[in-house]
Design a protein around this ligand. Structure first.
Ligand code: SF4
Ligand code: SF4
Length: 195
């Protein structure tokens, strides 16, 4: 596979530096949409959601792949699925995931003693979900982060995140008791072997 690199010039022109053309361009776009919506469509057909009306659930309008507020998934026994591997907190560009690991006991993987996400720092990139090796964290809640009275209310802990979680259909750790030593085999529940 050939990888090509596109070089982008970072040189700013005089027009970029005074910002005025960009501001005017933005205002023209806003005005165009305003007149298009109010004059040609009529107020009833404007492409907006009546946010805040009691009969309108804004979450019904979100697209299927909308990244909502995080949730932590559960194991079969209802405990947290996360194994405190730190992949999500390492990949997070906003550095807004804080995890403290603890032993589950026996041969079990680790668990998060605390798992905290600062939703106001989060840039909603979804990298944490992509990086998680065991379907422990998701953003498929279809719920956006609601306004909060205080800064601290936007910092969600393990229990807050688990309240939105459900049991995952993915196997925790592998298939069968000998999953660490057995040769990988296809799981009939999946079209492709997930390992
Ligand atoms: S969505 Fe992105 S910014 Fe937000 S917690 Fe996940 S990795 Fe960090
Ligand atoms: S949520 Fe996933 S990626 Fe993050 S620490 Fe837990 S297991 Fe690892």
């Amino acid at each position: 596979m050939t990888i090509t690199v596109k070089k982008v010039s970072l040189k700013r022109t005089a027009s970029d530096q005074i910002y005025l053309p960009a501001i005017l361009k933005g205002l023209v776009t806003t005005a165009r949409h305003f007149f298009k919506n109010t004059l040609t469509k009529g107020m009833g057909d404007v492409d907006t959601i009546r946010y805040g009306e009691p009969d309108v659930n804004v979450e019904d309008y979100y697209p299927q792949r909308f990244r909502g507020v995080h949730r932590l998934m559960h194991r079969d026994d209802g405990s947290v699925r996360c194994v405190a591997c730190m992949c999500c907190s390492t990949v997070c560009p906003a550095r807004c995931i804080y995890i403290e690991a603890e032993d589950r006991g026996g041969d079990e993987e680790k668990a998060p003693k605390s798992f905290v996400i600062d939703e106001l720092k989060c840039v909603v990139c979804g990298f944490c979900v992509e990086a998680c090796p065991c379907d422990a964290i998701r953003m498929d809640t279809k719920a956006h982060m609601h306004p909060t009275e205080t800064r601290a209310d936007a910092v969600l802990g393990k229990l807050d995140l688990m309240k939105r979680g459900t049991q995952s259909v993915a196997h925790q750790g592998g298939v069968g008791a000998d999953f660490r030593t057995a040769a990988p085999k296809a799981d009939p529940r999946f079209e492709h072997d997930p390992r």
